[in-house]
Structures are given as C-alpha cells and as structure tokens.
Ligand binder design. Structure first.
Ligand code: NI
Length: 130
C-alpha cells in the first residue's frame, strides 16, 4: 500500500493554510466541496514526497465535526492507494479493522472510490482505489 496523503481536520482551511505556509507548504489543488462527506478539502505540499489534505466540515453531522470537538485541529487519517479496494477491505477486515465508510466515490479523486477503516491501535485509515 502506497501512502497517498495525511488527513488534517481543521475548522478553517484558510487559517490552517496560512500557518502551514510558514512550514513551506503551498496549495496544490483548488478547494473542493465533497457533498457526500459534508466537507471542504484542500491539498497542500511542501516540495517533499507527501500531501496533506486539509479537511473542514461544512455540516454539523460530518464525522469531522466530532473529531474537531474531541481533538481540535489535528491529523486524523492516513490514506493509502490500493489496486483493488474490495480485496484490500476484505484483507483488513480479517485483521480486525472495522469499516467506517464503505466504498464511496470521492469527488476529490475524480470519483475514484474511497473507504475508511478503523482500528483502535492505528486510528483511521483511508483507502483510495487506483
Ligand atoms: Ni483523505
């Protein structure tokens, strides 16, 4: 599984972008609204080999609202790219990961399918189908 991005929950994408810019990051996408997840998204990079996805809820019911309430602005998921989403989910389910979000098209990735899984010892994992 290849690392795709780290997900960072924030109340304000604009404020977080300003602060991450002090660490050398720049926006590498437009701000994207994902109505399925009820969030806005922005991808940033600092010239090295990783992306951070700034995620801000636009709806009270978004799971990201709960994360912000509990932890404030924080890293909250790691996303890996996988060749076959269903196979990867079946494999992780057999290794005691729980499916939090079944395969869902993600507007941020040209409607490629994503899924979220959780294990108490790794936290939240996102899988993105190639
Ligand atoms: Ni993500």
């Amino acid at each position: 599984m290849k690392l795709h991005h780290y997900g960072f929950a924030t109340k304000s994408i604009e404020k977080s972008l300003r602060e991450f810019e002090k660490l050398g990051y720049k926006a590498v996408s437009e701000q994207i609204h994902d109505p399925v997840q009820g969030v806005n998204l922005l991808f940033i990079n600092n010239g090295s080999d990783h992306l951070i996805e700034l995620v801000s809820p636009v709806e009270e019911e978004s799971p990201v609202t709960k994360i912000l309430g509990k932890n404030g602005s924080s890293l909250y998921h790691i996303c890996y790219e996988v060749a076959h989403l269903d196979n990867a989910i079946a494999d992780l389910k057999s290794k005691r990961f729980i499916v939090v979000l079944p395969p869902t098209p993600a507007i941020a990735f040209q409607n490629r399918n994503i899924s979220f899984l959780y294990n108490p010892s790794t936290g939240l994992i996102e899988l993105l189908e190639k």
